[in-house]
Design a protein around this ligand. Structure first.
Ligand code: YH5
Length: 291
């Protein structure tokens, strides 16, 4: 096992993101807490659809140290029920408006690939657009993000959510995704989007082996000071490998979060904020001891 510790630069960044009215410092790794508004999500599905439950869950994640809350109303699981743009909007926008009004200092990201949803989200107080499709599912998404002026999470996905796990294939997964980022960063810059967060898209058109290659070579994606996001919390790359359930996957998620941080992750997208904050503290102490 080799964690390229010589090249690790966590906690050394000096950059920040302007997320609407709020600024996010990236001097230390941040936690993005997941708030699922989908009735069929794999882990906490259907538990946070009520307004009061959304407020309570958000309050808890903030108290535990989350810097970003990621709201998603569309399930990207293969086999998940298709929902229309109108359904996505009616599930998402009222909750976002409520939460952004109630927690004005908090940054809310919106997990959407639709331009209409991105525009309405920005107007409702979103601070980041989180697009799992890299702009491939809606030709107007990039233009919409440009107009919002918000930071954009560029995630790599092979295929579409419906077909992506059928037979994922790469000649070299790390090289291909690295080239994908280079090209997209150029396109985004041309469109006027300079605040870009890179995300290799764990589980999105990848085998277990692909996912672990990406995690081991995460450092290669540290491009031109752009922040790196890792979303591995309770995913199948953990629970299928260990032959356990998503519910049993928190300890192993923490183990891989440490690996992610040692390899340069700046933002962890997680279900369990408290435990992710603990791992960040441990990684920070380790990195200080290396100075
Ligand atoms: C991500 O990685 N993932 S939604 C399947 C699971 C567990 C969790 C079968 N949105 C990402 O969380 N946005 C999602 O077990 C994301 N990066 C970014 N930027 C899928 C998810 C999950 C799926």
């Amino acid at each position: 096992m080799s964690f390229r510790r010589d090249k690790i630069t966590p906690f050394s960044g000096n950059n920040s993101l302007q997320c609407g009215n709020n600024v996010l410092s990236l001097d230390n790794p941040l936690v993005m807490g997941i708030l699922n508004l989908t009735p069929d999500s794999f882990f906490d599905g259907g538990r946070y659809t009520g307004t009061d439950a959304c407020i309570a869950r958000t309050e808890k994640m903030i108290a535990e140290g989350a810097s970003i809350i990621d709201l998603g109303a569309v399930s990207t699981r293969p086999g998940a029920k298709f929902i229309t743009e109108q359904e996505e909007i009616s599930r998402l926008i009222p909750v976002l408006e409520l939460l952004a009004g109630r927690f004005p200092k908090m940054v809310f990201s919106v997990d959407t690939y639709r331009s209409g949803v991105a525009r309405l989200s920005a107007a409702a107080g979103a601070g980041i657009i989180n697009d799992i499709s890299g702009g491939s599912m809606d030709e107007n998404l990039i233009q919409a993000v440009t107009e919002t002026g918000l930071p954009y999470i560029l995630m790599h996905m092979q295929g579409t959510p419906v077909t992506m796990q059928d037979n994922p294939g790469y000649s070299d997964v790390v090289t291909e995704i690295s080239s994908y980022f280079d090209e997209k960063i150029r396109v985004l810059a041309e469109a006027g989007i300079k605040q870009v967060i890179l995300d290799p898209g764990f589980g999105f058109g990848k085998t277990i082996e692909h996912n672990y290659s990406l995690l081991n070579h995460l450092n290669i994606f540290k491009k031109a000071t752009l922040p790196l996001l890792v979303g591995i919390s309770r995913k199948s790359m953990i629970y299928k490998l260990l032959n356990i359930t998503p519910e049993e996957s928190l300890p192993a998620t923490s183990a891989l979060h440490l690996a992610s941080l040692l390899n340069g992750a700046d933002i962890l997208r997680v279900h369990d904020v408290k435990e992710a904050v603990e791992v960040i503290k441990l990684a920070g102490m380790l990195s200080k001891a290396a100075d």
